[in-house]
Unconditional design. Structure first.
Length: 242
């Protein structure tokens, strides 16, 4: 089962559904993926996949990886009181041990992977100068992060001004799903440790700050070729392909 974005005519393979909206569509995708497992051949899969989960129960991202037959690592198991800002330090320590050329990470509870993660690498490498690719969203969060003007400028530059009206384009970085070259990601997290988060509990403002510093080495998937964030979207924008 795949989800097609009608306007862009794309079939993204990482679906992110933050917040309560779009849960019905997201649940339909999850049930379609998890019922008939489709194994991926992992020969030459030079990607380490990881997530963050302090709970004993697997999230839907982990279950989607299980259904596809993919190995992964879970960070944060021993954390008692979870805050998303903890991802920065956890990532920093974990990346020291990674030996693959690429890494992919996504939130445990509201992301599913629908296909071969090598598509993410292909998309990233096709973007000139890109060494880390995030999913894009329509919300600018956290609002106190002073990157909105830059993010809209980067969006217009990447799409040559062919975006939709305000609130309907995917022009803002979301830190809930990304892919990167490991060497770049490792050095980026060295720097991330020293970035003051605009919102003390959230990692997203840190990555937005780094996006502004390192663009175009960091880019986002504006036209939803491989990532799709369902926040502020409507069901009629998509069709489900069995």
């Amino acid at each position: 089962m795949m989800l097609r974005h009608i306007r862009y005519d794309t079939t993204p393979i990482v679906i992110h559904s933050p917040g309560p909206r779009r849960r019905r569509l997201f649940c339909q995708l999850k049930s379609g993926l998890l019922s008939p497992p489709r194994r991926i051949k992992t020969d030459d899969l030079d990607i380490t996949i990881f997530t963050w989960n302090s709970k004993p129960k697997k999230g839907c991202f982990e279950r989607s990886l299980d259904a596809l037959g993919l190995d992964y690592v879970v960070l944060g198991r021993k954390v008692i009181e979870w805050r998303n800002i903890m991802k920065i330090a956890l990532n920093h320590e974990f990346l020291k041990r990674v030996r693959t050329s690429y890494v992919m990470a996504a939130d445990s509870r509201d992301v599913v992977l629908l296909g071969d993660p090598r598509r993410l690498v292909e998309r990233m490498e096709a973007l000139p100068g890109c060494r880390m690719l995030f999913n894009a969203e329509r919300n600018h969060q956290p609002r106190i992060c002073r990157t909105k003007t830059f993010e809209r400028h980067a969006f217009k530059q990447a799409t040559r001004g062919e975006g939709l009206k305000e609130g309907k384009d995917f022009c803002y970085l979301n830190a809930g799903a990304w892919v990167a070259r490991t060497d770049f990601c490792r050095s980026l997290h060295e720097e991330a440790l020293h970035v003051k988060p605009p919102l003390s509990t959230s990692d997203q403002g840190v990555y937005k700050t780094l996006y502004k510093r390192h663009y175009p080495s960091i880019q986002i998937d504006h036209d939803c070729k491989v990532f799709l964030n369902l926040a502020r979207t409507e069901p009629e924008e998509f069709e489900i392909i069995p």
